[in-house]
Design a protein around this ligand. Structure first.
Ligand SMILES: C[S@@+](CC[C@H](N)C(=O)[O-])C[C@H]1O[C@@H](n2cnc3c(N)ncnc32)[C@H](O)[C@@H]1O
Length: 237
């Protein structure tokens, strides 16, 4: 991807996102950044994962908003979350400090937002006891060597398929499928038919579910293996 300049933009719920005039793309919905992230990634995916220990993978750390909301969820629900997030173009301190200043912190915890950004990359860092371990990976998703059957949930938060088609390939969805535990979920804001079909061809069972304000539908893909399909999927690996 070419490198674009992003600036702060206020969204309808009062929270800010980053927007590039040149790319004509934002990090979150302009109908409400915090509202969208909470609705899609927390309420429709993270909250339905059973158990106390949860392993998350995020495509695109970006502003750290999804990480912050997940952190808050872990504290509130007494979960132990390991949050792995890949980012090829980390947001610069001048921009994430403005986000902290302008808001992700009105009702979200500002000290912890900064520690998510300021902690070291490429190693797991304990942010709050065992409650939240953050592993920021400074790398390119399209080359990432996914571990096998490790994640309970994948937040697929890449730029849109029109702007970054290389992030929405069947090959990548196949790798993600293998990286999830059985019953694991891949969630994304995108509801395009071709994206849904690529997920289905990669082995996922895909639901179109109602989206947040401004978005009719989103996609939730589940890895549902029966014993027969398990043999089929993993026999060569
Ligand atoms: C829609 S934004 C993510 C928003 C983010 N989840 C948040 O809460 O702010 C997409 C992110 O993917 C990152 N990105 C773009 N190409 C990438 C690549 N090839 N590998 C990893 N990250 C990439 C961008 O820099 C951007 O931060």
């Amino acid at each position: 991807m070419k490198k674009y300049n992003f600036n702060l933009k206020k969204t309808t719920d009062g929270s800010y996102t980053l927007y590039s005039d040149e790319m004509q793309e934002s990090y979150h919905s302009v109908n409400g950044a915090v509202q969208e992230s909470n609705f899609i990634f927390i309420d429709r995916a993270l909250a339905i994962i059973p158990g106390q220990k949860i392993s998350v993978f995020e495509a695109g750390f970006g502003t750290g908003l999804n990480a912050l909301l997940t952190y808050n969820f872990a504290v509130e629900h007494k979960k132990y979350i390991t949050y792995n997030s890949i980012e090829a173009y980390p947001v610069k301190p001048e921009l994430y400090s403005k986000l902290e200043y302008y808001n992700y912190c009105n009702n979200l915890n500002s000290n912890d937002f900064m520690s998510l950004h300021e902690c070291e990359w490429n190693r797991p860092v304990t942010i709050k006891d065992k409650t939240f371990i953050l592993n920021k990976i400074n790398s390119d998703l399209t080359y990432f060597a996914f571990p096998k059957e490790q994640y309970d949930v994948v937040f697929f938060d890449a730029f849109s398929p029109d702007k970054q088609p290389e992030m929405w390939t069947e090959k990548l969805f196949q790798k993600i499928f293998k990286s999830l535990v059985n019953g694991g979920i891949l969630i994304t804001y995108c509801a395009k038919g071709e994206v849904r079909r690529r997920m289905q061809r990669s082995g996922f069972t895909v639901e179109r579910i109602p989206g947040p304000p401004g978005k009719r539908e989103i996609l939730r893909a589940t890895k549902m293996l029966t014993s027969g399909s398990q043999i089929h999927t993993f026999d060569k690996h």
